[in-house]
Ligand binder design. Structure first.
Ligand code: AMP
Ligand code: FES
Ligand code: ZN
Ligand code: ZN
Length: 332
């Protein structure tokens, strides 16, 4: 049999990457991942050498990989784990995040939604009538912002990878959602009430971050969130994967072409036509928590109000029939 060889050293390869038209051994896969992160950080001015960094870690491959990569590259980075209360999925994800932090001797801050705010995501979804991912996104954004600002961090890092960003871009483009498109950037600068936020994995796919974790011996949570089962985001990913299989490199070209050529046009439109973020002038401090909001009380505080009064709802109750079946399969 014809054993494929690493493009760099000609030793046996462990992974083929059609978009790079090459195979790599473990050592040179690590080198590729490091270089892609360095390049993203450099090209988009994401991090400065002495920055205090907070990495949002879910216990999945991407956020553990980005934390590991930044430590490898010599950055100081603490972790932040948010306990979302999504049944056994959350229990196991927390264990992975804590195990990684303990092994590396790194600091991991934990914010458990039920302990801190008196609700969890299944309950919030039921109580507010929001789809779970919307209640979850709102909660995570608020907790990330607060933790980064209160902890005096210079920047908040998330593990969004090329597949995630391309899928979100695809969805926003299908709807021509110009406001979302204008804000879908690898770096969001700090603003009043918001920390700087960056995505250093935009040059790596999820297959590559998974390979990084395997090569580095990082034990990560394999399961997808049960509440994401069948959602549109996954459908966009599958559609892009079908295109990528026919035409390797298409996904990267789609996303990076947007960032390089389209995003500047949208930013110029924002500056000229509406004077920056269209909501920026309307922002004021939430009367309950002080976070920026266009209403009197921010959406997060309203979610806490409705959800913390509600009896706890187990995750199975908010899953569709097919999602419940998949969840039980995961558990068995
Ligand atoms: P997701 O929203 O699941 O697509 O995750 C996007 C990114 O948000 C991940 O790569 C993490 O950086 C972060 N994240 C997701 N879930 C959590 C969590 N429970 N705690 C902390 N960070 C998270
Ligand atoms: Fe947020 Fe699944 S992780 S709804
Ligand atoms: Zn090699
Ligand atoms: Zn508030």
């Amino acid at each position: 049999m014809n054993q494929s060889k690493c493009r760099v050293c000609r030793e046996p390869a462990i992974i083929d990457l059609p978009r790079h038209n090459a195979n790599f051994c473990a050592t040179h896969l690590e080198q590729l991942c490091r270089r892609q992160v360095e390049r993203a950080v450099h090209d988009h001015d994401m991090l400065a050498p002495g920055d205090r960094i907070l990495v949002a870690v879910s216990g999945g491959k991407d956020s553990l990989a980005v934390w590991d990569l930044l430590l490898e590259l010599g950055y100081r980075a603490d972790g932040l784990y948010v306990g979302l209360g999504i049944g056994s999925y959350s229990d196991v994800s927390g264990e992975h995040a804590r195990a990684f932090a303990a092994e590396r001797g790194q600091r991991l801050e934990t914010v458990d939604l039920r302990e801190r705010y008196g609700y969890d995501i299944p309950t919030a979804s039921k109580a507010s009538g929001r789809v779970p991912c919307s209640a979850c996104g709102l909660s995570k954004r608020h907790v990330f912002d607060r933790a980064a600002l209160d902890g005096g961090y210079d920047v908040l890092v998330t593990g969004h990878n090329l597949d995630d960003e391309a899928a979100v871009l695809f969805g926003n483009t299908l709807r021509w959602d110009i406001d979302y498109l204008a804000r879908q950037l690898p770096v969001l600068p700090a603003a009043a009430g918001f920390p700087k936020k960056v995505k250093p994995l935009i040059r790596l796919t999820e297959r590559e971050t998974a390979a990084w974790c395997i090569v580095r011996g990082i034990d990560y949570l394999l399961d997808e969130c049960p509440m994401a089962h069948g959602n549109r985001h996954l459908a966009y990913k599958e559609a892009l994967n079908a295109v990528e299989a026919r035409s390797p490199g298409a996904k990267a070209a789609f996303y990076h072409g947007f960032v390089e050529r389209m995003a500047p046009l949208l930013a110029a439109r924002d500056r000229h036509d509406v004077g920056g973020d269209p909501d920026a002038d309307l922002l004021r401090a939430c009367t309950s928590c002080g976070s920026p909001t266009t209403a009197e009380v921010c959406a997060f505080c309203r979610l806490v109000d409705t959800s913390s009064e509600h009896d706890p709802v187990p995750v199975e109750l908010v899953l569709s029939k097919s999602a419940r079946r998949a969840y039980h399969e995961q558990l068995s």
